[in-house]
Write a protein that binds this ligand. Sequence first.
Ligand code: AVJ
Length: 308
Amino acid sequence: MDNFLKDVIQGLQKSQKSLPSKYFYDEEGSRIFQKIMALEEYYLPECEVEILRESSADILKELPFSDLDIIELGAGDGSKTVIMLEEAKLKFNKLTYLPMDISPEILEVNKELVQKQIPDLEVEPVAGDYLHTLDLLKERTNPRLVLFMGSNIGNFPNGKALEFIQFVNDFLRPGDFFLMGVDLKKNPHVIRAAYNDREGVTKQFNLNLLNRINRELNADFSIEAFEHYGVYNPLTGSALSFLVSLEEQKVKIGELEISFDKYETIHTEISQKYSLKDLDKIASQTGFSWDRHFTDRRGYFSLSLMRK
Ligand code: AVJ
């Protein structure tokens, strides 16, 4: 289980301070993230939806099965996935959708939304951390398609992304498939703008992490004394977010005191971008024998299909 306090203290005691991005998503953070997804500059969701609309049938044509389990990791509300599920329902004899998420509440929303649009689809939600819950599916014998959408892979630092894809590969049987949504390397200005929107919603999203620490861990961060800073580095393909301390200051977290120099930064997020070549390499390094990329018209985003 997550230990918020322990992770926060650990991160803020390092010489380069950092906080894990998974803690962005409390109720307020999830609400702000919904606003990010609707931003003009934040192109990712519209690209992924375009690919799902245009290419779901072609993606599923690559799967030579009559029965299928579609297992989605970090499924959320399923509002995008349903586009592909509608197509899948037409093609497969027996189809089961198994959305997995940390949040049992969001899985209820998911099931209701999906079954409203596809009434006769079998939906079996599995709540919990997929590092543990995938194990519950080991008795199921149907061929598998695992989904990991939304460029969530970008939040893993480089080595960890490979580890995660290897973990998915280990869960699959030969002939099974993995479909991953990935934000691609592109004009650096476009990426930079996606994490520095004019309205300042991304700034709110980043600063909410300090608010959350104040609320839940009895801390006294003064939010106005920190600023959001987002950069994209084309050398590494990493978009990075930081919080910048605007003054020399001390902050209390419970009994503990943390000192900040003027302009000292807290690293809060990595959103890694990949090229199609990067993805080919990653697929073969993690035990996949074949892959194919489905992209949007602008070539901004890929749904990359890999076969074990
Ligand atoms: C949900 C991880 C895909 O990294 O683009 C959006 C989160 N952070 N704006 C991303 C996010 C700042 C997002 N992912």
